[in-house]
Design a protein. Structure first.
Length: 95
């Protein structure tokens, strides 16, 4: 199953687990996005993520405030390819 053109915006509060702009368990994740302007993500943050056998393409992550406690990824594939994913940090922190 694919995950395309999804978005998540975090402006306040706390996400206790990892956060995903788009998540696919057995397929591609394309053109998903995450924007963090405040608050925090207690684990990792992903613009797009594919768990098995999928590619991740054209995903993005923007951090303009707030914090991510572990890692931040524009796009991540556990066992596929990652193409043209990006992350922009203009403020905030990845700890």
């Amino acid at each position: 199953m694919k995950s395309d053109k999804n978005s998540i915006f975090i402006e306040d509060g706390t996400v206790k687990e990892s956060a995903y702009g788009g998540y696919s368990n057995y397929g591609n994740a394309n053109k998903n996005s995450m924007s963090i302007k405040g608050g925090s993500v207690e684990q990792s943050a992903y613009g797009g993520y594919s768990n098995y056998y999928g590619d991740v393409t054209d995903n993005s992550m923007s951090i303009e405030g707030g914090s991510v406690k572990e890692s931040a990824y524009g796009g991540y594939s556990y066992s596929g390819n990652a193409y043209n994913n990006r992350i922009t940090i203009k403020g905030g922190a990845v700890e």
